[in-house]
Design a protein around this ligand. Structure first.
Ligand code: MSP
Length: 641
């Protein structure tokens, strides 16, 4: 029988637009879901929105809308955001749907039938943003212990759930199921919390109307957390579709932020015990994305919009950053610089270069044809990588799993340096085909292993290797040797053009010195291997491919005073596009026919939306700038030595 796998995200409050903190959870859950699908499992991945409660009622009335009209708009925006990020959920549940209302009401009936529901008087403190009740002793300086915000005194009639009854069974369960709450630090916190004793929980409100009325007493509205947590069983088909429910429940993983572990690891399992339903297998509380020292949050107003980042850097770069940057489980600070650095170093430099170098060498040395495999040097590491990715993802160590893939990429790049295939070619060494096959096969396996994390790169890698789309490739395709010899590679554009920072864009081309000073770039560049600092070896100089080119046409780059876009004839089939920072010194109309010297093997970079393939050389003083050119003119493409 096919294994099945159910994973959930928290259902988000549609009281405002979501930020990258929310995207963080959802992208991580998406990666885990995709991994299980890749293994051929029957996956049910659910996300959604938590639409009831006083806060939403208040917000809607402030803008003169009904609560439903208010949330409808935000929910549409949230669905769109998940599309932008390529989220592959199988269900999107809204707590305002009738399928859910029915379940919540039936849950209240069953709690009562079990003797776990009683009417009493509630006295305590309530935090509206967190939708949480607190007893006096739990407040910190009189404020909410979760968000630090003000709390309001409440004294009213309420139904209570006999949570206290479940402290012992819960402890026993947690102790006999070491994987139930993860990571282990959160498990320990929860054990401490329950050991202090659990008080019965107020589970209904009469102070607002926007919610699900209790069937036994419609003056009372279900407490939002009972309403919200129940979404997980509604989505799996509880009380509606027994077959589906027994297939997808219990959930394998509830992925949540650490601040709501308590709800998922105490209240939710207690409710499930009362309902005689099986408990979820894992509640995983990941850390927070911080902005500076603080948690990014809508109420603080310090949020980053994931859509803007996707527009600027692409969905793969944003997903990669979210999945890779912060060790999963821990907190980490978000910075845009770190996102750019990750993209430039890991994606553009390591992965992108491996692909372009490998396909270029196959084109040059074996006529574009993948050679026969022979003795392999990378197979061991590739197989180890497959094992690591599998093992780490099974333990929800998402960032470590991504890192494992990039270890293989790094190893393959190093292998190129060690083996110097161009020398094997020159000396007619038969090992050349083993080396090229190793590289291409490692790339193919990398593409398969990246499928849970990145959405466009695996396809692009497959295409350039001549394998068509990566869509049908399952995890089994990551086995070594799947790449057929004789395939014709199809070199294409760089899969991740380097991102230029504003500063670099200004320094672009012609001002190589300034560009080299930009700190982020230096980290990405390989360290010089010469003995003396500042001195390079002749080999290092020879890595520069300097060529004579002839400018065919020049035009201004929109919105950038200093930049010109050039079409340069380099004696290649197609002219090259080069962006150069010379607009203050040369009129574009005057440049056609001018010769230049181009750094032709510079990693392509996107500057103000234009991909530049090389950098022209120029000398600059405080007064002027002059393009460097051969004195008497040379054919386009001539190599400068
Ligand atoms: N509606 C409740 C959850 C009910 S689940 C039955 C809720 N919603 S929320 O909109 O506030 O989303 C909270 C979740 O968003 C967090 O648990 C976490 O998964 C994610 N994050 C929100 N801000 C975050 C960060 N700054 N960093 C990481 N994750 C964050 O709570």
């Amino acid at each position: 029988m096919t294994e099945r796998f159910t994973i959930t995200t928290p259902i988000y409050y549609p009281n405002d637009r979501l930020h990258i903190g929310h995207a963080y959870t959802t992208v991580a859950a998406d990666a885990i879901a995709r991994f299980h699908r890749l293994r051929g499992e029957d996956v049910f991945f659910v996300t959604g929105t938590d639409e009831h409660g006083q806060k939403i009622e208040d917000r809607a009335s402030k803008v003169g809308k009904t609560p439903l009209a208010y949330v409808d708009e935000i929910v549409a925006d949230i669905r769109d955001l998940w599309q932008v990020l390529g989220i592959s959920h199988d269900d999107f549940i809204r707590t305002t749907e009738s399928r859910h209302e029915r379940v919540v009401q039936e849950v209240f009936r069953r709690l009562e039938a079990k003797g776990d529901l009683y009417l009493s008087q509630y006295e305590g403190w309530y935090c509206t943003p967190c939708e949480s009740f607190w007893v006096e002793g739990k407040l910190v300086d009189g404020n909410c212990p979760t968000c630090g915000g003000p709390v309001a005194r409440l004294n009213e009639e309420s139904y209570f759930f006999r949570l206290s009854r479940y402290a012992e069974p819960l402890l026993a369960y947690i102790e006999s199921h070491p994987d139930f709450i993860q990571p282990v630090s959160r498990r320990n916190e929860m054990i401490q919390f329950i050991r202090q004793g659990l008080e019965d929980l107020s589970v209904s409100r009469t102070s607002f109307r926007w919610g699900i009325p209790l069937p036994q007493d419609p003056r009372h509205i279900a407490y939002v957390w009972v309403d919200a947590l129940t979404n997980y069983i509604t989505a799996c088909g509880y009380l509606q579709d027994p077959e589906r429910f027994s297939r997808y429940w219990p959930a394998d993983v509830h992925l949540v932020g650490k601040e709501i572990v308590r709800f998922h690891a105490v209240i939710w399992p207690a409710l499930l015990l009362s309902l005689d339903l099986p408990l979820p297998k894992v509640v995983y509380g990941h850390g927070w994305l911080l902005l500076g020292e603080q948690k990014m949050s809508k109420s603080r107003g310090n949020v980053i919009d994931p859509r803007k980042l996707v527009q600027r850097y692409g969905r793969d770069a944003v997903r990669y950053y979210l999945l890779r940057e912060v060790p999963f489980g821990a907190d980490g600070s978000y910075t845009e610089d770190a996102l750019i650095l990750r993209t430039n170093v890991d994606l553009a430099n390591d992965l992108g270069n491996l692909l372009s170098r490998t396909t270029a060498m196959i084109e040059r040395f074996t006529g574009g044809i993948i050679p026969q495999p022979g003795a392999s040097s990378l197979r061991g590491q590739a197989e180890e990588t497959v094992r690591r990715v599998e093992e780490r993802l099974a333990r929800l160590q998402v960032s470590d799993a991504v890192a494992a893939v990039f270890e293989l990429v790094k190893r393959a790049n190093k292998f190129i340096e060690e083996e110097a295939p161009w020398q094997l070619h020159r000396s007619g060494d038969a090992r050349l085909s083993d080396v090229l096959y190793d590289l291409a096969e490692s790339l193919r396996i990398t593409a398969v292993l990246l499928k849970p994390f990145l959405l466009d790169a695996p396809d692009a890698i497959f295409r350039q290797l001549g394998l068509g789309s990566a869509e049908g490739a399952t995890f089994a395709a990551a086995a070594w040797g799947g790449l057929p010899a004789g395939t014709k590679v199809q070199r294409g554009e760089p899969i991740f053009p380097r991102i230029e920072t504003e500063r670099e864009a200004e320094a672009a081309a012609g001002e190589a010195v300034a560009a080299a000073k930009a700190p982020k770039v230096e980290k990405a560049a390989p360290a010089p291997a010469a003995e003396e600092p500042g001195v390079i070896t002749i080999d290092e100089f020879q890595r520069l491919d300097l060529r004579v080119g002839t400018i065919l046409e020049a035009s201004r780059v929109k919105g950038a005073d200093r930049l010109l876009q050039l079409k340069v004839d380099l004696g290649e089939q197609e002219p090259r596009t080069v962006v150069s920072g010379i607009a203050e010194y040369y009129q574009p109309e005057a440049l056609a026919g001018t010769q230049i010297v181009l750094v032709a093997n510079l990693q392509p970079a996107k500057i103000r939306g234009v991909v530049s393939h090389g950098m022209i050389l120029a000398g600059k003083t405080s007064e002027t700038l002059q393009i460097v050119a051969p004195r008497e003119g040379l054919p386009a493409g001539t190599k400068i030595k």
